[in-house]
Structures are given as structure tokens and as C-alpha cells.
Ligand binder design. Structure first.
Ligand SMILES: NC(=O)c1ccc[n+]([C@@H]2O[C@H](COP(=O)([O-])OP(=O)(O)OC[C@H]3O[C@@H](n4cnc5c(N)ncnc54)[C@H](O)[C@@H]3O)[C@@H](O)[C@H]2O)c1
Length: 400
């Protein structure tokens, strides 16, 4: 792996050779694939799949998310020289310009990802999510042949959906309207940005679509619901499926904000990667479009229902505490994915119990040093451990 880090001005370059598998279809694009936020949950899974197919990948990530160092060290140890890493920030236009040069495809995943954090520091949220996206678009616009670009937006751009007429039983909310119940929420919904995170991601979403329209960039927007799977370092602020499982595994209580009957559709990360692949392969038809992407009605469940699944899977009761509703929380959001399906034929394949087992298996295999997130001291130590683990994996790679 070649690695460019800016820690106190130090740059390191590390090389290694590893065998790669050709099992996966994703990849085999000419040149290098750029993934901003590539050391995060979705980025690391995407990078692994591309690298396993023999595709060269450049990760551009400032490692601000806890756990991203660990993901990076895992990728470095597994894939060696096909992987390149830039320890950089998407707010830095010059670095982005360098990174997009020669990229055959760009996945823009880097983001401030939590609504809660956006309420604490809206300016930072805006600068990374909206500002960083504009910097990337400008860097790409300067290229003679702009590569396909996929941006990961969010269902939060539709706001609280307060106008949905909902019914409620003891476990979940459900739309009274039969069509909404059967199909979910489609892209015809009015945009209605709530929370600074909703605004910054929504602004980025609109910039991407406008650059596709105005400057003819081959750019696609995925408005994603809840994605889950291995390498997700879920916290209370983001990545709630992994967070619930982590807490259950640690025997710690789970905080529910609201009554727990709010419903989301869950999409296993492997299914998302297949959708990425299809979006890029069909970019002549997907460019300039936003698509709602999620597990759909078949993979929709409430927080209470997920807790019940976890209890059954682990044969262990999990402790739950209820709190006030969170700002702008949707009572019901399920993606209607038929627009994307009609163009590409994509449907999610992994059902929730199966995906949950896979995530649980990964969590159980993690080293103890990466497990606990309940204790602030441990959290700091884990981040430090992860950073030194990443460094030693890279140092090992250099020796090979
Ligand atoms: N996971 C989900 O359920 C979900 C749902 C909807 C949308 N999304 C979007 O998908 C993308 C990826 O989400 P994820 O779950 O993998 O999150 P993640 O936090 O695991 O990954 C994001 C990565 O971006 C990096 N990053 C943050 N700020 C950066 C900056 N200024 N410069 C460079 N890198 C930076 C982080 O270090 C991290 O590695 C995000 O854009 C998120 O908004 C995710």
C-alpha cells in the first residue's frame, strides 16, 4: 500500500504486494477508483470488494471517524500495493484536485455523518458535507474527461414526513395509505431539509444533481436509508443497528429515543455495493438522477422489532431505556426503490435476520481492544490502539 499521511507534516510511502482475488464483479475499471471517506464503514467494504477484484483504489479520508484507522489497517494488511491512501480532508481543494487526477470512478462518501453532531457544530457539518462536496465537484469539473461520480445522500432530505397519515400498533408505525405501505417513499416526495445534517447533505445532493445538469458531469445520487454490516463502528449517533448489537454483546443497556415504534428499512452493505456497481455500469441512464436506496418494505422493521430479533438471535434479553424523541426523527421511512430497479434490475437479496447474523459474527470476532465503547477512557485507548495497529500493519506491509 502506498500511503500519504499528513501527521505533523510527515509523509510516508509504503509498498507491499499481495495476491488478489478475482471473485467479485465490482471493479475492473481502468485506472484507479477514488473513494472519499474510504476508511469508513461503507467505504471500507467497497474498497475491499474492489481490491479483491484486482481494482486499484485510492482512499481519501482524514480518519476522523473512530474505527476508520482499524478499517484502514485491515485493508492494508489484506490488499497491500493495490491500495493507496491519502490522509486528507475533503475541504482541501488542492488535495482533491490531485486525487481525482486519473480516477476512473469516484465514490464520494466522506461526510460528517451524525445529526446529533451537526446540532452541536453546524458550521463544521456544513463545511465538510456541503463545502467538501462542492470542492470535489469543482475538482472533477476541471478534468478533460470527468469520471462517473456517485454521491451517498440520505433519506433525511425528505424531512420528518409529518404529513404521512400513520397508524400505530404496539410494535410499529405504518402508513394508512396502502400504496405507501406496499412500496415505501419514492423520489417524488418534496425535499424538506431538517437539521443541519439534513441541510448540508441535502445541499450536496442538489449540487451533485445540478452539476450533472449544468456541467454534464456523469453524477448519480443515492438517497440511502439505514445501511448495516461488518466494519460498521456504530455509535448512538450513527449506525444504530451495529450500535444495538454492540451494546447487546457487551451486556450494556440500549437507549431508545422516542417510543421505539419508528420504522426504517435496513439494507445490508453487500446489497448496497451491488447497487453501486449497477449505477456506475449504467451511468448513461443513471446520471443526473437521485435514487432512493434501501432494503424496501420487505426489510422494514421498527426499533422494537429489531430488539426482539437481537434478543432471539442472542438468546439473551437486552436492557432498554426510553428517552425523549430526537430532533427531526422520522416515525416512518421505507425506501421505494422501484425507480432504480426499473433501470438496473437491482433488488436487495439479503434479508435482515441473515444480515444481522453476519454483522453479529463480525462483531464477535473483533479483538477485545476494539469492542467496548461504553467507557470514555476505553474509547480514547481504543482510538490510540487502532492508530498504532494501523501503523504496525503498514510497517509490516513495508517489510513484505
Ligand atoms: N451508514 C448509513 O446508514 C448511511 C445512510 C445514509 C447515508 N449515508 C452516507 O454514506 C456515507 C458513508 O457513511 P458511513 O456509514 O460509511 O460513515 P463513516 O463515518 O463510517 O464513514 C465516513 C468516513 O468519512 C471520513 N471523513 C469524515 N470527515 C471527513 C473529511 N472532512 N475529509 C475526509 N474524510 C472525512 C471519516 O473518517 C470516515 O472514515 C456518508 O456520506 C453518509 O452520510 C450513510
Amino acid at each position: 500500500m502506498r500511503m500519504h499521511r499528513r501527521r505533523n507534516g510527515n509523509h510516508k510511502t509504503i509498498s507491499a504486494v499481495r495476491e488478489t482475488s478475482k471473485r467479485f464483479r465490482l471493479g475492473n475499471w481502468k485506472g484507479q477508483v477514488l473513494i472519499t471517506g474510504g476508511a469508513g464503514f461503507i467505504g471500507a467494504n467497497l474498497a475491499d470488494k474492489l481490491l479483491s477484484a484486482g481494482q486499484k483504489v485510492l482512499l481519501f479520508d482524514n480518519l476522523s471517524r473512530r474505527g476508520s484507522e482499524t478499517n484502514l489497517s485491515w485493508l492494508a494488511a489484506k490488499h497491500g500495493s493495490l491500495l493507496e491512501f491519502e490522509d486528507e480532508d475533503v475541504r482541501d481543494f488542492q488535495r482533491l484536485k490531485r486525487a481525482v487526477h486519473g480516477a476512473s470512478v469516484v465514490f464520494h462518501l466522506a461526510a460528517q455523518v451524525a445529526v446529533t453532531a451537526s446540532l452541536v457544530d453546524p458550521r463544521h457539518d456544513f463545511e465538510v458535507n456541503a463545502g467538501g462536496t462542492l470542492q470535489l465537484l469543482e475538482a472533477i469539473r476541471e478534468l478533460p474527461e470527468p469520471p462517473p461520480l456517485l454521491f451517498t445522500s440520505t433519506n433525511k432530505v425528505y424531512g420528518t414526513l409529518a404529513d404521512l397519515d400513520l397508524r400505530c400498533n404496539h410494535l410499529r408505525y405504518a402508513p394508512a395509505n396502502g400504496k405507501a405501505l406496499a412500496n415505501g417513499i419514492n423520489e417524488q416526495r418534496n425535499l424538506d431539509f431538517h437539521s443541519p445534517y439534513g441541510c448540508s447533505k441535502g445541499a450536496a445532493d442538489q449540487y451533485i444533481l445540478d452539476y450533472a445538469r449544468t456541467f454534464r458531469l456523469p453524477a448519480v445520487v443515492f438517497r440511502m436509508s439505514c445501511i448495516y454490516g461488518p466494519h460498521q463502528n456504530g455509535t448512538e449517533d450513527q449506525g444504530w443497528v451495529a450500535h444495538f448489537l454492540i451494546r447487546a454483546t457487551e451486556g450494556a443497556s440500549i437507549q431508545i429515543y422516542g417510543d421505539g415504534k419508528q420504522v426504517r428499512d435496513l439494507l445490508y452493505v453487500e446489497d448496497l455495493l451491488n447497487a453501486f456497481d449497477l449505477a456506475i455500469r449504467n451511468v448513461d441512464r443513471t446520471a443526473g438522477n437521485a435514487f432512493n436506496i434501501g432494503g424496501g418494505p420487505q426489510n422494514a422493521l421498527s426499533l422494537l422489532e429489531l430488539l426482539e430479533l437481537i434478543r432471539r438471535m442472542r438468546a439473551d434479553p437486552c436492557r432498554v431505556e426510553f428517552n425523549e424523541w430526537r430532533h427531526a426523527d422520522q416515525r416512518y421511512y421505507v425506501s421505494d426503490t422501484r425507480k432504480f430497479q426499473s433501470i438496473t434490475g437491482w433488488t436487495p437479496r439479503v434479508r435482515v435476520p441473515q444480515g444481522l447474523e453476519a454483522l453479529h459474527g463480525w462483531l464477535s470476532r473483533r479483538p477485545v481492544s476494539q469492542r467496548s465503547e461504553t467507557d470514555a477512557v476505553l474509547a480514547v485507548r481504543t482510538a490510540t490502539d487502532a492508530r498504532s495497529m494501523a501503523d504496525s500493519a503498514l510497517a509490516n506491509a513495508r517489510l513484505i
